[in-house]
Structures are given as structure tokens and as C-alpha cells.
Design a protein around this ligand. Structure first.
Ligand code: ADE
Length: 222
């Protein structure tokens, strides 16, 4: 898979993409990720990406012509192409979930166009394939939502992580919550807000009886 992200703040992606599973997936060639500075597609000497709103009012509006030039180059938007999916992170979009992550993980090419400040000229919606919200709250821009979506999609691409790890995880089936997991120590004692606690690993997990364990795990998961 290829992922391109068009943003005013490329540095916001440095942390999340340079650690752990995403870093390894890029290194293994499972996915290629490129972050692009939107200002590259401006044509004036001030690299203007926004302008005053028609009809007046506070704030600025991001220019659609700049986004279009970026999408022409990065997503070849003039041509029909089922393999590429252009995504606009917006609180007004479809709510992101594991099902949508699975659908996106099957695409060959994802292109994110990240709004910031007051957002894009409304006509941006005519240029994108998906408008996605990561929840009912307002963030300062589309960068963090794009990073969240990329993280959840990349781990689903074959080769990113062991297939066994994806099999029985939470949300891998509708409304499925994974069973509880434990490791050593067998008995854990602590002081929590003035109260002594003593927590044991469920006996069944120490039994060595795999049939019983499977049954318990089946009951645990919802
Ligand atoms: N931009 C600002 N808030 C957002 C949200 N909750 N989801 C997606 N994009 C956003």
C-alpha cells in the first residue's frame, strides 16, 4: 500500500510514524508513507493556502485550488481509479470504526488531505472519496485523525503484524471484546488509594486444561 498525506504541518506525523509497528511496516516495505507540505502547490510568492470567507465573518478558509493541484499530482484525480481513496478527515464525516479500517486496508493507495484552522472551502467535498470523523469532538485539524486512521489501517495490512494477533482481538468481529489476558506474577498485591488489594490470576488459566481454558475465554469475550 501507498499512503500520501497532504498537510500544512508535516512534522506532526514524525512521532507517530517513527515508532513501533508503523516504523517496522515501512522498513519491511509493507507500506510506503509520504508526507507532503501543502504549500508546495501554492503559486504566489507568499505561499498562500487560505483566504477570507465569501460573505464575511471571522477566520480564514483554506483554498480549494491549492488542494486540487496537490490532488492532481498525488492522486491523479482527473483519472478514474478505483485503487486510490482520497480521505478528508472532518468531524462532519462518517464515524471511523474497525469495519471502515478493514475496508481501507484493502485499498492500494490512500491519500489524506488534512484541513486546518477553519477548514477548507466546502467544495473540497467534491474532490474526496471518503469524509471521516474519528469521534464527536473538535480537534485543531485533520492531522491527528489522519494519524489515527493510518495507525489502525497499517496494522491490518498483510505482513505488518502476525496474523494470529489480529484474529481474536477486540472489534475483529462485530461487538466482540477480547478476553482478559494475564501474565506473571500469579498473585499481585498493591496499595491503591489507601486500600490493600490482592489480585489472583483466574485458576482455570493455571490448570493446563486447554479445553477448559478455551471455554472460559469464549465466555469471557462478548
Ligand atoms: N477535524 C477536527 N476534528 C475532527 C474529528 N473529530 N474527526 C476528524 N477530523 C476532525
Amino acid at each position: 500500500m501507498r499512503i500520501d498525506i497532504i498537510t500544512l504541518f508535516p512534522e506532526m506525523f514524525e512521532g507517530p510514524f517513527s515508532e513501533s509497528i508503523i516504523k517496522r511496516a515501512v522498513k519491511k516495505g509493507v507500506v510506503g508513507i509520504d508526507i507532503h507540505q501543502l504549500r508546495k502547490w501554492t503559486t504566489d510568492k507568499h505561499s498562500t493556502v487560505d483566504d477570507r470567507p465569501y460573505g464575511g465573518g471571522p477566520g480564514m478558509v483554506m483554498k480549494i485550488d491549492v488542494a486540487y493541484r496537490a490532488l492532481k499530482q498525488i492522486a491523479k484525480i482527473e483519472k478514474k481509479n478505483k485503487d486510490v481513496c482520497i480521505i478528508l478527515p472532518t468531524p462532519k464525516g462518517k464515524r471511523f470504526n474497525q469495519k471502515l479500517a478493514t475496508k481501507l486496508a484493502k485499498k492500494k493507495h490512500l491519500v489524506f488531505i488534512c484541513p486546518h484552522y477553519e477548514g477548507y472551502d466546502h467544495r473540497i467535498e467534491s474532490l474526496v472519496d471518503e469524509k471521516i470523523s474519528i469521534g464527536d469532538y473538535i480537534l485543531t485539524g485533520g492531522e491527528l485523525p489522519a494519524a489515527v486512521i493510518v495507525d489502525s489501517v497499517v496494522r491490518l495490512i498483510p505482513g505488518a503484524i502476525k496474523p494470529e494477533s489480529l484474529k481474536e482481538e477486540t472489534f475483529s468481529k462485530e461487538n466482540y471484546i477480547e478476553y482478559e489476558q494475564y501474565t506473571r506474577p500469579e498473585i499481585f498485591e498493591a496499595n491503591v488509594r489507601g486500600k490493600k488489594i490482592k489480585k489472583r490470576v483466574p485458576k482455570v488459566l493455571l490448570s493446563g486444561n486447554h479445553a477448559l481454558i478455551a471455554k472460559w475465554r469464549g465466555k469471557m469475550s462478548k
